[in-house]
Design a protein around this ligand. Structure first.
Ligand code: HEM
Length: 493
């Protein structure tokens, strides 16, 4: 809802209104420069609810964590799907699944997320990822046993992207035997390059710049789409149930071939764009903190020693049962802490009509039709009352004294239901969250088990790239140099 007209006036019952002095743009520049700092200032000035005019839109921020449920449970007056689908259609160029022709069939497509990313299919996906990670790492090991150098971000992206891609989209079935490995290698290197090129334009695309003006991003997206056409996917083996069922559903909907392929680019983006930086930060913080590294290594050692395979043989594939993965609470805590420090997503709902929102305190706020209601979880993640020394990485923040997962966090003496929200909540909660944590756990386990890893300059500080604030997990502002070599086997790590 673009409001070009006169700046509006606050009506009785509405939250405090900040419009800035610039017509249309409003507070977009102040917000864009440092969203967290801007919202913290507004919170200090106005309290827990306020409306800001940003780029012609009116955004009402609810910053009290106890009122999060009032927003995410408001399915009747607050819509997520229409907004998210409009955004996705603009960026990925797929069909309008909100249209009357497609919206009923799309409900079925949407239900596939839950059916294939949770429950028993999750175990299958997790096992497949473990196998694929080991395939990728075994190609790496063939490079030799001395120390190697590479950026940590490049190392993480390369390994996680390829393994994640193979897990979802399967493997090329008909590569000639000898040239197969080289051909597969150049295919995946091009795919990861296209993915990163497209992803780099995301802040601009999210800010409303049409993709036709971001030529390299458009080319990269179309190159990905041409790799993900059904004719190509049908030649691949071991495609995940998630992608296979989406292919079948889109075939039944009779979309055109490019349109179908673009929905797969959208799925590829959802599965990788947050996972890659989350895996980066999890490994980065572990390598920077001797206590975290020690605790992680002894947990990995404990779990792998339980298995019956002879682990001194480096060619032996590692398997991890669901119970073993679940027992790795140190890795869980490291990942949760890395997510807390790097997540900067915004949760947006659109008001379907004028209505009154009742907050946890009982306060009632009038909301206008078309306004955006926003939650910004980083305000909780960085709240010193909930997390003392919030900018510090503490690997055991999510561990109880007995090593179990910690899930009680308090504000103003009250226990918080929502204390860590990197995956969203309610209608927009990420259906891939369990898989995401499992695959990062597997990546940490294998990387720390197979390699000696060192940051070249562990004392240098590294800031997240805030240009992507609002879009999910922030990537690092630059890459950092990693030294690694294959670990000599025969002892414990
Ligand atoms: C949606 C976070 C990994 C699949 C979301 C949303 C968030 C999120 C915040 C909601 C977006 C919104 O409000 O508009 C993350 C993070 C991840 C991760 C932090 C990794 C650390 C994954 C993975 C998959 C996945 C691995 C699949 C394999 C999806 C899908 C949606 C989604 C399909 C859209 C759901 C819908 O439309 O209802 N994710 N995600 N995500 N995520 Fe994830």
């Amino acid at each position: 809802v673009w409001q070009y007209g006169k700046t509006r006036k606050r009506k009785p019952g509405e939250p405090p209104l900040e419009t800035g002095w610039m017509p249309f743009i409003g507070l977009a520049l102040d917000y864009g420069r440092n969203p967290l700092g801007f919202l913290q200032d507004m919170q200090r000035k106005h309290g827990n609810v306020f409306t800001c005019k940003i780029a012609g839109k009116y955004l009402t921020f609810i910053t009290d964590p106890f009122s999060f449920s009032s927003v995410v449970r408001q399915g009747k007056n607050l819509d997520f799907q229409k907004f998210a689908m409009g955004f996705s259609q603009r960026v990925f160029g797929h069909a309008d699944f909100n249209s009357p022709m497609l919206s009923e069939s799309y409900k079925e497509v949407h239900s596939i997320f839950r059916q294939t990313l949770q429950g028993p299919p999750l175990q299958q996906l997790t096992q497949s990822m473990l196998g694929n990670l080991q395939t990728v790492l075994s190609q790496d090991s063939q490079r030799g046993h001395g120390w190697q150098e590479e950026g940590l971000q490049s190392f993480t992206n390369r390994i996680m992207f390829e393994a994640g891609f193979l897990t979802l989209f399967g493997q090329e079935a008909e590569l000639p035997k000898l040239r197969g490995v080289a051909k597969a290698g150049s295919f995946i290197r091009k795919t990861v390059r296209d993915f990163l090129m497209f992803d780099k334009a995301f802040p601009a695309l999210a800010a409303g710049v049409p993709i036709s003006l971001c030529l390299s991003a458009w080319r990269a997206r179309e190159a990905l789409a041409s790799e993900l056409k059904h004719s190509g996917l049908q030649r691949r083996n071991c495609i995940s149930a998630l992608i296979q069922r989406r292919m079948d559903a889109f075939d039944r909907m009779r979309l055109d071939e490019t349109g179908k392929a673009r929905t797969h680019v959208c799925m590829l983006w959802a599965s990788q764009a947050n996972t890659l930086p989350a895996a980066f930060w999890s490994l980065y913080y572990t390598l920077r903190s001797p206590a975290a590294l020690d605790a992680a290594l002894s947990e990995i050692n404990r779990v792998l020693q339980e298995s019956e395979e002879p682990l001194d043989d480096p060619s032996q594939l590692i398997s991890l049962t669901r119970e073993q993965l679940e027992s790795m609470t140190v890795l869980d805590s490291i990942i949760a802490e890395a997510l807390r420090l790097s997540s900067a997503s915004i949760m947006i709902r659109v008001a379907n009509e004028d209505f009154v929102l009742t907050l946890d305190s009982g306060e009632q706020v009038a909301i206008r039709k078309g306004d955006y209601i926003c939650l910004y979880p980083q305000l909780i993640h960085m709240d010193p009352e909930v997390y003392p020394n919030p900018t510090e990485f503490q690997f055991d923040r999510y561990l109880e004294a007995d090593g179990k997962k910690k899930s009680s966090f308090f504000k103003a003496g009250r226990r918080l239901r929502h204390f860590l929200i990197p995956f969203g909540s309610g209608a927009s909660e990420c259906p891939g969250r369990f898989f995401a944590v499992n695959e990062i756990k597997e990546f940490l386990t294998l990387a720390l088990w197979h390699y000696d890893l060192e940051l070249s300059n562990p004392d240098a500080t590294l800031a997240p790239d805030c240009a992507r604030a609002g879009l999910g997990i922030l990537p690092p502002s630059r890459d950092v140099l990693l030294r690694y070599r294959v670990r000599e086997r025969g002892g414990t790590p």
